[in-house]
Design a protein around this ligand. Structure first.
Ligand SMILES: NC(=O)C1=CN([C@@H]2O[C@H](COP(=O)(O)OP(=O)(O)OC[C@H]3O[C@@H](n4cnc5c(N)ncnc54)[C@H](OP(=O)(O)O)[C@@H]3O)[C@@H](O)[C@H]2O)C=CC1
Ligand SMILES: C[C@H](CCC(=O)NCCS(=O)(=O)O)[C@H]1CC[C@H]2[C@@H]3C(=O)C[C@@H]4C[C@H](O)CC[C@]4(C)[C@H]3CC[C@]12C
Length: 284
């Protein structure tokens, strides 16, 4: 059973005929969300970078029972493309019920190397495109009293080493969407915002990037994807998945931050992180 900030009865029937836009849908958690939504009979619009992968996911969605399935490939580094995807939903469906913001740009699990351009690029892909899609989709979501689902991470709540650019983009999501949620309540805008705080998940790209260093056992992407959809449909404020590690981490963050920091560092095989050369002329 996974922790929710609220409670409610979820039925897969709730998604039947619903119009759902999923980003980062060509692999990993996004791909699994697409398949769950298809099994539930939703209309899906899938987006990611690589169209060959997207086409395969779309075909499988149709086989699994999607009410309809379409895709658009392109880079979310360009907010114009982000807005085009939302326009496609409007042109295709005349509206939108759920916006699932999930994609991330390629990054590294390593010491920050001073590459400011990489930080800027990741802020564009992982944060600004989420803002652009939300702004473009809001009129449709207000009309449908729909939901915004923001896929984030423990990295967006608690600092860890070796993920500085990625973590910055996830913290930005927390600040922006939590503030926006206040404004929706003040303005009586009936659009829910669900922040999904995820721990380590067994997607190919995550395992490829960190399995040499992160001692933790990753949680299953299929179950993670279903919990994200469930929390969005139930209009939960936050999803913590897996609840055991995420909720404990957040409790420790407030109660014993130094202990948490040392536990985080001890959960990493530091000897497997290649160390950068010392700065020129350094005394040590
Ligand atoms: N896996 C994990 O351990 C965790 C994941 N999360 C979050 O879950 C979400 C999904 O992660 P995960 O499934 O592992 O990621 P994957 O690497 O499996 O998928 C990333 C997706 O983003 C797309 N993408 C990459 N670059 C771009 C770009 N420039 N423009 C548009 N789309 C792009 C990829 O498309 P393509 O393949 O075509 O390039 C792919 O569909 C992310 O928000 C991540 O932060 C949070 C905590 C833990
Ligand atoms: C380094 C991972 C990102 C890999 C990548 O570049 N994917 C891009 C998509 S592409 O290949 O298609 O271009 C990180 C993705 C998820 C991170 C993990 C996470 O968010 C949960 C933990 C958070 C904690 O603060 C640090 C450890 C994490 C396991 C963290 C590690 C880095 C990721 C796997």
């Amino acid at each position: 059973v996974y922790f929710y900030s609220g409670h409610g009865n979820f039925s897969k029937e709730m998604l039947r005929g619903k119009r759902v836009l999923v980003t980062g849908a060509s692999s990993g958690i996004g791909e699994q969300m697409a398949y769950h939504l298809a099994r539930m009979g939703a209309h899906v619009l899938l987006t990611a970078w690589t169209d060959t992968k997207l086409e395969q996911v779309m075909e499988k969605c149709l086989d699994l029972g999607a009410a309809s399935a379409r895709y658009m490939s392109g880079s979310m580094e360009n907010t114009a493309f982000a807005e085009e995807v939302v326009k496609e939903a409007e042109n295709t469906w005349g509206g939108l019920d759920m916006l699932i913001l999930n994609h991330i740009g390629q990054t590294f699990y390593d010491f920050f190397n001073g590459d400011v351009a990489h930080v800027r690029k990741l802020m564009e892909i992982n944060f600004l495109s989420y803002v652009a899609m939300t702004a473009a989709a809001l009129p449709m979501l207000e009309e449908s009293k729909g939901s915004i689902v923001v896929v984030s991470s423990v990295s967006g709540k608690v600092a860890s080493p070796f993920v500085a650019p990625y973590s910055a983009s996830k913290f930005a999501l927390e600040g922006f969407f939590s503030s926006l949620r206040h404004e929706f309540i003040i303005k009586n805008i009936n659009v829910s915002i669900t922040l999904c705080i995820l721990g380590y998940i067994n997607t190919e790209s995550a395992v490829r990037a960190v399995s040499h260093a992160v001692k933790l056992k990753p949680a299953p992407k299929e179950e993670c994807a279903l919990e994200i959809i469930r929390s969005g449909v139930l209009r939960q404020r936050e999803l913590h998945y897996p609840a055991s590690t995420v909720t404990t981490t957040l409790l420790l963050r407030n109660l014993a931050p130094r202990l948490l920091d040392s536990l985080i560092r001890s959960s990493i095989q530091l000897e497997n992180i290649k160390r950068p050369p010392p700065p020129q002329g350094s005394g040590h």
